[in-house]
Write a protein that binds this ligand. Structure first.
Ligand code: ATP
Ligand code: MG
Length: 564
């Protein structure tokens, strides 16, 4: 069954939780968590996880924690912690007073490990990392037991305490669970629980020189927080038997139920933090908030709204099978949202002069333009009209191809909110032969809003008044990659699929005068061009716009001709 069209209330996770609540499991409580590792910035895949975890908690009148899963001291940072909190809030989620860190549980986790040793369920192994790997076996061959597996409980307790005390160098020993070296599930072949690492942790500093593995820390952190439903992505399905073993052997009070779902993959981009870091560090994009990235900071700077991202996550739903969601679906969500909320404006990206020969030289009219036809409450605005205008170069063809209904010699178009004009001449650059000025006449009877204005022409085009318009920088974005799945088969070479034309900076643009004051963070629909977001790079002198999305879906075309 396709995930499409499933409303959020009917997915398999919510069905399981509904049943657990009905059966009185966990006393009817629902408590979830969103557990990012502070080793990178959040992306839209994390948004899917947040929408699920915070969403489920709210729907079942439960709670959702924010927990930093920070057990790896070498890659984690306070900067990421702050940035993640900012992004979670921006998306509209609230963890209340439930902000937790796995690193706060280091002492408790240590005590659980000691408990396992006392029960004879964990041992200190002194094989090297390579030996442990070699002893692990393969999918078809069982593993081999370490010669240290039979150490006495006393010796294990002593060695583990001395590991903690810092008596041994990195790699000298590890603590392993004693499960089954012949298990068909490799995760159960005496997995490592603790490693010696003489490195400082961004929160606990030098307090520890042994660190728990993710597999040991994660289920126990869930249990410590009383998490009832531990929702995670599919790659952890094979770890579930290990988590269940750990929770059973540690005899925890709360044994969370893990449910796996498919991670979000989006076409024409990459989602793994490792790959995103390569793009940022390699200078292939301008930073973590580059509007071409699927990071929440990038999407925000592109002009995405939290509402659109949440609507998208809701629409794609959660499923049990991995798939790639079309970028067009994400764009559809933002178009729907901005169509309702973005005021309209006129901007000309690649200007071509249009002179109205029969319009008085010194005359300026204030015409009335509608701010948002979807929302009459947004009112109207005046726009200046005069003898010399700019139109898009694309809206004029000296020799029109078939079905070209815009301006060409002898033809008429309507200028949006203004008059019908007719092209009477074209002036060309003597060297290139390109049109540099279109000469027109206008029909004063056809002003928009006048009773006689109903004369029909086949096209309406946008324009700005040359003397009044202000210059702006416009950044247009294409897909970051030229291949729908650039990371296919974990392609190490995914960078070769980067789209050299993913960013186009248009410096020639002219915008309606009132947009000179547009505030960073505001959004507009440029008529016929798309939705645009005022970038924080804007200054008092020059407004910078990011194109959020074109007005119509351009993907269908790209899919047909990938080399275009
Ligand atoms: P990455 O592979 O990008 O490094 P991660 O899983 O290591 O991601 P975490 O910080 O551990 O990143 O993720 C926090 C939570 O978000 C986890 O519960 C994880 O399963 C979930 N998550 C991460 N990526 C996705 C995704 N693409 N779709 C859905 N959930 C995701
Ligand atoms: Mg992870």
């Amino acid at each position: 069954m396709s995930a499409e069209g499933l409303s959020s209330s009917s997915d398999f996770i919510r069905a399981i939780i509904t049943e657990d609540v009905r059966a009185g499991k966990f006393g009817g409580r629902v408590h979830t968590r969103f557990p990012p590792e502070p080793n990178g910035h959040l992306h839209i895949g994390h948004a899917k996880s947040m929408c699920l975890n915070f969403g489920v908690a709210e729907e079942f009148h439960g709670l959702c924690n924010l927990r930093f899963d920070d057990t790896n001291p070498t890659t984690e940072h306070m900067d990421y912690v702050r940035s993640i909190q900012e992004d979670v809030r921006w998306l509209g989620f609230d963890w209340g007073d439930r902000l937790f860190y796995a690193s706060d549980y280091f002492e408790q986790l240590y005590q659980y490990a000691v408990k396992l040793i006392r029960k004879g369920k964990a041992y200190v192994d002194s094989l090297s990392a390579e030996e442990i790997r070699a002893f692990r076996g393969t999918l078809t061959e069982p593993g081999k037991e370490s010669p240290y597996r039979t150490r006495s409980i006393e010796e294990n307790l002593d060695l583990f305490a001395r590991m903690r005390a810092g008596e041994f160098p990195d790699g000298a020993h590890v603590l392993r669970a004693k499960i089954d070296m012949a298990s068909p599930n490799i995760n159960l072949r005496d997995p490592t629980l603790y490693r010696i690492r003489h490195v400082s942790h961004y929160r606990t500093g030098a307090a520890w020189c042994i660190y728990p593995t993710y597999d040991f820390a994660h289920p126990l952190s869930d249990s410590i927080e009383g998490i009832t439903h531990s929702l995670c992505t599919l790659e952890f399905e094979d770890h579930r038997p290990l988590y269940d073993w750990i929770l059973d052997e540690c005899e925890v009070a709360c044994h969370s139920r893990q449910i796996e779902f498919a991670r979000l993959n989006l076409s024409y981009t990459v989602m793994s933090k490792r790959k995103l870091i390569q793009l940022v560090d390699g200078g292939y994009v301008r930073g973590w908030d580059d509007p071409r990235l699927p990071t929440l900071k990038g999407l925000r700077r592109r002009g995405y709204t939290p509402e659109a991202i949440r609507a998208f996550c809701d629409r794609i739903g959660v499923a049990k099978r991995d798939s790639i969601i079309e970028m067009a679906q994400l764009e559809h969500a933002i178009r729907e949202d901005l169509n309702q909320r973005a005021p309209r404006a006129m901007a000309v990206l690649r200007p071509l002069r249009l002179v109205i020969e029969n319009y008085p030289e010194d005359r300026v009219e204030e015409l009335e333009a509608v701010n948002n036809p979807e929302d009459p409450k947004m009112g109207v605005r005046p726009i200046p009209f005069s003898r010399v205008l700019y139109i898009e170069q694309d809206d004029f063809r000296e020799v029109p191809p078939p079905k070209f209904f815009r301006l060409s010699p002898g033809k008429e178009v309507r200028l949006r909110y203004a008059y019908i004009v007719k092209c009477v001449d074209v002036i060309k650059d003597p060297h290139t032969g390109n049109p540099v000025e279109v000469r027109c006449t206008y029909d004063p009877e056809t002003r928009s809003g006048l009773p006689q204005a109903n004369r029909k022409v086949k096209a309406t085009i946008h324009w700005v008044s040359a003397a009044h318009a202000v210059p702006a920088e416009i950044r247009l974005y294409g897909p970051l990659f030229t291949k729908a799945n650039p990371a296919e088969d974990d392609d190490k070479d995914f960078l070769k699929w980067l789209n050299p034309r993913s960013l186009e900076i248009v410096n020639s643009a002219r915008i309606e005068p009132r947009l000179a004051q547009a505030q960073p963070g505001s959004r507009y629909q440029f008529e016929r061009l798309g939705y645009f977001f005022v970038d924080p790079d804007s200054t008092d002198e020059r407004v910078v716009f990011n194109q959020t999305v074109a007005l119509r879906d351009a993907w269908a075309k790209i899919e047909k001709s990938p080399n275009k």
